[in-house]
Design a protein around this ligand. Structure first.
Ligand SMILES: NC(=O)CC[C@H](N)C(=O)O
Length: 353
């Protein structure tokens, strides 16, 4: 059946709906530029409430496997592709992408000129969009507080080890937990709403996770988060990085069309090195707002100069806007987990300055 992707300002793009399509769905339209990694993207809780346009024209050719999901569910509201491979070819594949989405009732549109849609998002910005087969639709106010839809309900502990790390859950990706467990540590995943219980857990350090939507959705918890950061060695990833900045009095702003892909160049101001990173975010820390805070810029984006990471001037706190756990994307920034664990073990202050 023919259907359309309609952007909130009236522009629309024709394509064909999937079997899982029943009624019109709305979401924030964003584009992802990686050639691979669709399974990780679709299951990453940070994409909750969004309609993802894949810019690479052939999606689904290696199918869906049992390893790569970042959470138990497909998190996106809808998907837009040029071509969705009907036949999957990979030794680990258990299902085709189309069947996987249909089974879960997640609608997708194919045959769309995704390059044209992407150009429009780049010029006119990220906005609400509707995937529909008729003209009988109406834009609703965008959803907020997606974090509360994806965060866990209770504290859960994984792994064994002498070092105990709290993973503050704003909608954590499986890969972050896995990267930490690789260091033989014990990790307790703590819903951010339970932050006041942190002290009872006798933690050695905390990692603040990724998450969907606006970091200011957690504003009411910032005093408690700051209290925690003042005490524990901390590592913030994406949403976690933004929350650290907010907790110390900096501000976050929304980019026009965000960064989503597997090859975003980032420069380290301490070493002068540039590396490629996996990214998925709409918001960034406003550089001007750092002036009155104890936070300093550690990384920036080579394409648009936006802030990509911070360090605290005196405390063992580090944060990154990109994804060192990758998935999807390059593992060039994996060393940040080594640095963090060193920071935790050596009890060093001023690790980088
Ligand atoms: N991946 C993330 O944690 C994203 C953080 C936040 N939701 C943003 O869009 O900027």
């Amino acid at each position: 059946m023919k259907a359309r992707l309609c952007l909130q300002d009236g522009k629309s793009y024709e394509g064909f709906t999937s079997k899982g399509y029943k009624n019109a769905i709305q979401g924030e339209i964003v584009f992802f530029t990686g050639m691979t990694g669709y399974q990780e993207v679709l299951t990453d809780p940070s994409y909750r409430g969004q309609i993802v346009v894949f810019t690479y024209p052939l999606i689904g050719n290696y199918g869906i496997n049992l390893e790569d999901a970042e959470s138990k569910e497909v998190q996106v509201n809808g998907v837009v592709m040029f071509h969705c491979a009907g036949v999957a070819s990979h030794y680990q594949s258990v299902q085709s992408l189309g069947d996987y989405l249909d089974e879960r009732g997640v609608p997708f549109l194919t045959g769309v000129d995704t390059r044209e849609v992407t150009k429009e998002i780049r010029t006119g910005g990220t906005r609400q969009a509707i995937l529909t087969h008729n003209d009988d639709y109406e834009f609703l106010p965008p959803e907020s507080s997606q974090i509360d839809q994806v965060k866990g309900a209770k504290i859960e502990t994984h792994g064994e080890g002498l070092i105990h790390i709290g993973l503050i859950d704003f909608g954590w990706k499986k890969s972050i937990l896995q990267k930490l467990l690789d260091y033989d540590v014990r990790v307790s995943v703590i819903p951010y709403s339970e932050i006041t219980q942190v002290d009872d857990l006798k933690l050695d350090a905390v990692v603040l996770s990724n998450g969907p939507g606006d970091p200011k959705d957690v504003s009411s918890k910032l005093p408690a988060i700051k209290k925690m950061l003042d005490v524990y060695p901390s590592f913030g990833i994406c949403m976690g990085h933004q929350v650290i900045a907010l907790a110390y009095g900096a501000d976050t702003i929304k980019l026009a069309f965000g960064h989503r892909g597997a090859n975003h160049p980032v420069k380290d101001v301490v070493t002068g090195k540039v590396f490629l990173s996996s990214q998925n975010h709409n918001y960034v820390v406003d550089e001007a707002s750092l002036i009155e805070t104890p936070l300093a810029k550690r990384f920036y984006n080579v394409n648009d100069d936006s802030i990509e990471g911070l360090m605290h001037e005196t405390k063992r706190i580090m944060s990154v806007q990109f994804h060192p756990e990758a998935n999807p994307g390059p593992e060039d920034a994996e060393w940040l987990f080594d640095d963090f664990l060193k920071l935790v073990k050596k009890k060093e202050v001023k690790a980088y300055v």
